[in-house]
Design a binder for this molecule. Sequence first.
Ligand SMILES: Cc1cc2nc3c(=O)[nH]c(=O)nc-3n(C[C@H](O)[C@H](O)[C@H](O)COP(=O)(O)OP(=O)(O)OC[C@H]3O[C@@H](n4cnc5c(N)ncnc54)[C@H](O)[C@@H]3O)c2cc1C
Length: 453
Amino acid sequence: MSSENKQGFPAHNPLTSYWLKDPHPLASFRSSEYVPHECDIAIIGTGLAGVATAYHILSDPSINTAKLKVVLLEARQACSGATGRNGGHLKLAAWIARHTILNFGYQAAEEVVAHQLNQLSAIHGIAEKENIDCELRVTRSFDVFFDESHASETREFISACKEKGVAWAEDIEWIEASRSDEITGMKNTKGALGVPAVSLWPYKLVTGLLEKVLELGGKLYTETYVEKVEELRNYTNLTTSRGSINARKTIFATNAYTAALLPQFEGVITPFKGQNSHLSPIPSFHPTKPLDYTYNLHFNSKYADYLNPRPDNGIILGGGKWTYEDKLDRAEWWNTTDDTNLINDASTEHFDLVMETHFQGWEEAKAQHDSVWTGIMGQTPDSFPHIGRVPGSENQWLLAGFNGAGMTMICTASRGIARMVLDERDYDETGLPKVFKSTFERLGVKNSGFASD
Ligand SMILES: Cc1cc2nc3c(=O)[nH]c(=O)nc-3n(C[C@H](O)[C@H](O)[C@H](O)COP(=O)(O)OP(=O)(O)OC[C@H]3O[C@@H](n4cnc5c(N)ncnc54)[C@H](O)[C@@H]3O)c2cc1C
C-alpha cells in the first residue's frame, strides 16, 4: 500500500489519543518480516473485536494451539482504531433498548440488553482471569437529561418497562429532577438514569490480551495492510502489503473499514468520524467529592456527550456533534476514514466548558483539554452490528458496524464468532441477539444519505 491514504482504508499517521500515548511493546510488532503463505484462521483488525476473537479461539480448551495457525493482520499499530480512541466505558445503553423495542419489539430488546449485561461481566471476567491491569472499575453510569421533554419521555419509557415486568429494567434507576442534581453532582438537570457500567483503559485491556494471544501461539503482523481479498473454493486469498496469504477461514474485525474489503457493505457500514478529548484540571484542584461514575450528558433527544472520569481527576469527554453536523460539509465527518485531523475547533471549545458549566464544585478547576483526537466508527441503517458468516460466503465471518457502542457488544460477540468458526456452528446456536445477524436482507438496506455522499 502506498503512503497515500486510500478511500475506506485506515489512514496513515492518525492523531494520537490520550489512551495511546505510551505505545505498548507490541504496537509495531511483526512475527516475521513477511506474512506466511498460509494459515488456518486470518483475523483482520486488532481492535477489541479482532484481539478478543483471537483470544477466544486460542484459549478454547478443545484447541491444539501448536497445530492451529492463527494470524492477526493490522494496517497500522496494534489497537490504533476506534478501540484506542473511545470513551473508555461500557454501560447498559437504555437508548439502544428503546430503539430496539420501538423497531423490533420487547423480545428483541430482551436479547440485546441481556447481551449488554453479559458483556459487562465478560469484559470484567477476562481482565480478571488474565490479570490485565487496565484500570477496570465496575461502576454505575448516569444518563443525565437537560431537556424536560426528553427526560419525561425517558421516565415514561422506563416505568412502562417496569410495569410490564421487563427484567432488565430492574437494573435501571430513574432519578427525579428534584434529586438528580444532588445525586449526579451536576447542575440544572431534569432527571437522570442510573445504570450498570464498567470503566477501563481499552488500549491496556486489548494489548494485555494481545500478549496472551501471542503466548498462545497467535502470529501478529502490524503495519500490514490487507489490500484485497478473494474468496476461492476452500480458502480466501488475502493480498497484503507484506505478501500474500491463503487463509482457510477469514474473520473481518474491521468495523468501520469493512466495505473497503467487502464491497457489499458499501453504504451498509458507513465510516463516520467522532471527536474526543482528555481534560486536565489545574494541579491545585481537589474535588470535594471525586466523580466515581461515568456519564452521558443528553442535551436533547438528538445530541449527547460521553464523559468518563479518570482516577487522577482527568476527564475523557467526547461528542459535541451539533457543532458540526449541519454546519460543516458532510464529507468532513461522514463516509470518511480520515482520523489524521480534527473535525473542528468548536467541539474542543465546547469540551473546555463542560466541567465548569455542568458539574458542581468544578467552576474553578479549569478542566481543559491537553489532548484532542478523532476516531472512526461504523454506522449501519438499523443501528445494529453485522455479526456472523459473511452472507453467501463459505469461509468468511465478520463482526463489524458497532455504531459507536461496540464496547457494549464485542466481547460476547467475539465469543460467538469463535464458536461459529471453530465448530462451524450456525449463528442461531450462539445465543447472540437475532437482530445482530448479518443477512442478505440487511445488506439490501443502505444508510440514508449515502447515495449523495
Ligand atoms: C471517538 C469515539 C468514541 C467512542 N465512545 C464509545 C463509548 O463511549 N462506548 C462504546 O461502547 N463505544 C464507543 N466507541 C465505539 C467503540 O470504540 C467501537 O465500537 C469499538 O472499539 C470497535 O472495535 P473494533 O475492534 O470493531 O474496531 P477498531 O477498534 O476500529 O478496530 C478495527 C481495526 O481493523 C484494522 N483494519 C481495518 N481495515 C484493515 C485492513 N484493510 N487491513 C488491516 N487492518 C485493517 C484497523 O486499522 C483497526 O485497527 C467510540 C468510538 C470512537 C471513535
